[in-house]
Structures are given as structure tokens and as C-alpha cells.
Design a protein around this ligand. Structure first.
Ligand SMILES: Cc1cc2nc3c(=O)[nH]c(=O)nc-3n(C[C@H](O)[C@H](O)[C@H](O)COP(=O)(O)OP(=O)(O)OC[C@H]3O[C@@H](n4cnc5c(N)ncnc54)[C@H](O)[C@@H]3O)c2cc1C
Ligand code: FES
Length: 367
């Protein structure tokens, strides 16, 4: 009986998948939309593309790169553009990510909008300066059991100007039957280092791109990426800074701190870094060195799963609890957060109850 139900369910799921695949094929092959014109920013640029694909892909094929951290799955909401004409109706995948104000402004997720005819769209001018780069892996070195540092030397173009806090979108290559995907990685090197890009990448079990980075990618290999993306960056204010990160969330903060050192910044800063155990800490020595080089900088690592009997004499517990204990009055600070959505949401609550208004809390969620 149970086997019969399982077989029926599998049969129905299989039919559904085949039907979706046929619909996609029909959309691509049978329904030929022919060439479609995409007019951007009131005629600043007009592209002629083949209809049938997504707006995000059509723009990327023409070297206009819209941020897209989830690789077009409709889960990151980074790929918003204004579609003024020709976008059709808002689909069920997009709807939860669009506020009433955005809907009124014709904002859409470009990875979910199909090019089926001529379109008019509007995008921020800054996106025109994002480029595709080709480089090679200068080094790949382990930092912890599940984090590597990957340094990519740029071949063409040879330089990428960027601001500390920005990220690139790395393109993995097909392997073991898995397709090529694009994933966001924050640049960890300082902006003065324009001829290479350093990243800090954590292995996500069964993740397509990170498995490729850990198991396939070798020193000397060619890689492609686009960038720089993102608005996460230090403000011009001279308020004291709270940096809060966990795991590979270290990357943009490490870039910002090195940038502060090179620019001889006098801003006061405390960096709270969360890890599980001592084995998950990295860059400890250079961060301790930075405490001597910056006029007012403290590094506070906190371990949440360090065995009680170990020789660790630093902070223990969740990074958010350590932060609340060490800095009870945060009213004067600005905060910069990077890491998992869970850690960031928890930290935002602590920061707001410590007196920091939302407009002084900046973050990049590694979602
Ligand atoms: C702005 C930004 C900056 C980032 N910077 C960094 C960084 O500096 N370092 C870093 O390590 N990471 C960073 N990330 C995260 C990074 O972009 C990737 O999300 C991460 O590396 C996982 O990629 P992956 O291809 O290996 O995993 P994926 O293949 O995307 O899978 C991730 C997880 O989702 C599950 N999954 C797979 N497919 C689906 C699906 N269709 N629906 C739901 N779940 C699915 C998988 O099982 C896996 O558990 C950043 C993210 C953002 C948004
Ligand atoms: S690319 Fe992530 S939602 Fe569109």
C-alpha cells in the first residue's frame, strides 16, 4: 500500500518535471520571439537580443551585469531593475520580494522577467561600469578546515578599481554533471591592490560553486568573474566603528581594515569576530599587528563551541552576547556587519537595543 503511494507520488512529480522541461523547451525552441530591442535609461543604450531568455541573461550577454547573488533562482532579490514597458505581469516568485512602493515603480526581478518582445528598462548608471574579468589563480591556501583564501591575478582587463566592501561574481566551470554558476564573493584585499582580487571562501556542503573551488580549482587555472558590485562600504563619517563578522564574513571587513591602515585612518574601531573553536580562527596575527598599527583598534574574537577545558583565555559565547556585554552603550557608533543572515539579524537586534539607529547599521548578508 505504502509502496503504491510512494510510486504514485514519484510518478506525479516526474510528470510535473517533464512537463516543466517541455514548457521551457517550447518557450525556447518553438515559440520564437525573434530579435527584441531592450532600450535602457531613455535610449542611453539599446540592445538587440534574441527573445525567450531572461532579462538578466540578455543583459549579461551584452556585458551589462546586474547583481545576482543566487544565480537566477529568484531567492536573493539582488537583481532588481525597473521595467517600464514589456515586462508582463509580476510572477509568484517575484511577488514576495517587491514592496508596494517598488511595484508602483515597476521594479522587477530581472532573473524572473522573460524577454518576449521590445522592452524599456531603467538601471542605476553605476552598473554600466561593471565588467567581466579573466584572471588566473595565483594561490589557493587553506585558512581553516573549511575556509580557503583564493587570490586571482587579473589578466584581462589587468586592473579592477573597487571600494573596500564590494564583491565580485565568480563563474564556476561545469564539473561532474553540474552546470556553471555565478556566486558572489566579497573582495578581501585592499583597493590599492588593483591587479589582483583576494577572496575568502567557505565550503558549503554540496554547494555547486564552493565544491568547485575546493575540489576542482587549482593554482594557475583560468577563472572568470564580473565586478565590482555592491554598496557595502565605510561611510565618510568619523564616528567610531563596530565591525561584526563570522566565518568568511571576515572578507570585506579585512579589506576595509587594511584600507583604513593604508589611508592612515584615525577612526576608532572594535572588531567582533565569531567562530566556533580556536581552529576556526584565521588572520589572528595580522589582526593583532593591526592593533599596533591603527591608532585605536581592538580585535575581539569570540568562540561559541570551544571546549571548556581548553587553554583559550579570550571571549566565549555568541558574538552578539559578547558585543552587548563589552559595549553596552552603542549610541555613538556606526556598525558594519557581514556573515550569515541569522547572525546579522541577531546582531541588528542587539545594535538597535544598544542605541544605534537603523541608518547607521550597514551589512552584507551572505545569503
Ligand atoms: C553579497 C554577497 C557576498 C558574499 N561573499 C561571500 C564571501 O566572501 N565568502 C563566502 O564564502 N561566501 C560569500 N557569499 C555566499 C556565496 O555567494 C554563495 O552563496 C556560497 O558560497 C554558496 O555557494 P555554492 O554555489 O557553493 O552553494 P549553492 O549551490 O548555491 O548551495 C547553497 C546551499 O543552498 C542549497 N541549495 C542549492 N540549490 C538550492 C535551491 N534551488 N533552492 C534552495 N536551496 C538550494 C544547497 O543544498 C546548499 O546547502 C556571499 C553572498 C553574497 C550575497
Ligand atoms: S538573481 Fe537572485 S533573485 Fe534574481
Amino acid at each position: 500500500m505504502l509502496t503504491g503511494i510512494i510510486v504514485s507520488v514519484l510518478f506525479l512529480v516526474g510528470c510535473g518535471l517533464v512537463f516543466s522541461a517541455l514548457l521551457l523547451l517550447a518557450e525556447r525552441r518553438i515559440l520564437r520571439y525573434g530579435p527584441c530591442a531592450i532600450e535602457i535609461n531613455d535610449g542611453k543604450k539599446t540592445l538587440e537580443v534574441d527573445g525567450g531568455g531572461t532579462l538578466l541573461a540578455a543583459l549579461a550577454e551584452n556585458d551589462i551585469f546586474i547583481p545576482s547573488a543566487c544565480g537566477g533562482r529568484g531567492t536573493c532579490a539582488y537583481c532588481k531593475v525597473r521595467v517600464l514597458e514589456g515586462g508582463g505581469t509580476i510572477g509568484p516568485v517575484e511577488a514576495p520580494y517587491l514592496s508596494p512602493a517598488e511595484t508602483k515603480e515597476n521594479v522587477r526581478l530581472s532573473c524572473q522577467v522573460k524577454v518576449r518582445g521590445n522592452m524599456r528598462i531603467a538601471i542605476p548608471e553605476s552598473l554600466f561600469s561593471i565588467r567581466r574579468f579573466r584572471g588566473h589563480v595565483e594561490h589557493k591556501r587553506p585558512l581553516t578546515r573549511d575556509i580557503v583564501e583564493v587570490r586571482i591575478a587579473l589578466d584581462d582587463p589587468a586592473e579592477m578599481p573597487f571600494v573596500a566592501g564590494q564583491y565580485i561574481q565568480l563563474e564556476s566551470q561545469p564539473y561532474r554533471g553540474r552546470e556553471s554558476v555565478m556566486r558572489a564573493y566579497s573582495v578581501s584585499s585592499p583597493p590599492s591592490d588593483t591587479r589582483a582580487v583576494e577572496t575568502v571562501i567557505r565550503l558549503v556542503p554540496d554547494g555547486i560553486c564552493t565544491t568547485w573551488v575546493f575540489e576542482i580549482l587549482r593554482e594557475g587555472d583560468s577563472v572568470q568573474f564580473s565586478g565590482p558590485y555592491g554598496e557595502f562600504r565605510l561611510s565618510d563619517s568619523d564616528r567610531p566603528c563596530l565591525f561584526i563578522a563570522g566565518g568568511s564574513g571576515m572578507a570585506p571587513i579585512w579589506s576595509m581594515l587594511r584600507d583604513m591602515k593604508e589611508k592612515r585612518s584615525r577612526r576608532s574601531a572594535v572588531y567582533f569576530f565569531g567562530a566556533l573553536t580556536q581552529a576556526d580562527l584565521f588572520y589572528t596575527e595580522p589582526l593583532r599587528q593591526l592593533e599596533k598599527e591603527l591608532p585605536d583598534f581592538r580585535y575581539v574574537p569570540a568562540l561559541s563551541r570551544e571546549p571548556p577545558e581548553s587553554d583559550w583565555s579570550g571571549e566565549r559565547g555568541m558574538i552578539t552576547d559578547v558585543l552587548a556585554r563589552r559595549i553596552p552603550d552603542m549610541a555613538e557608533y556606526e556598525a558594519y556587519l557581514c556573515g550569515s543572515p541569522g547572525m546579522i539579524d541577531a546582531a541588528i537586534k542587539v545594535l538597535q537595543s544598544g542605541g544605534i539607529p537603523p541608518d547607521r547599521i550597514f551589512y552584507d548578508k551572505f545569503a
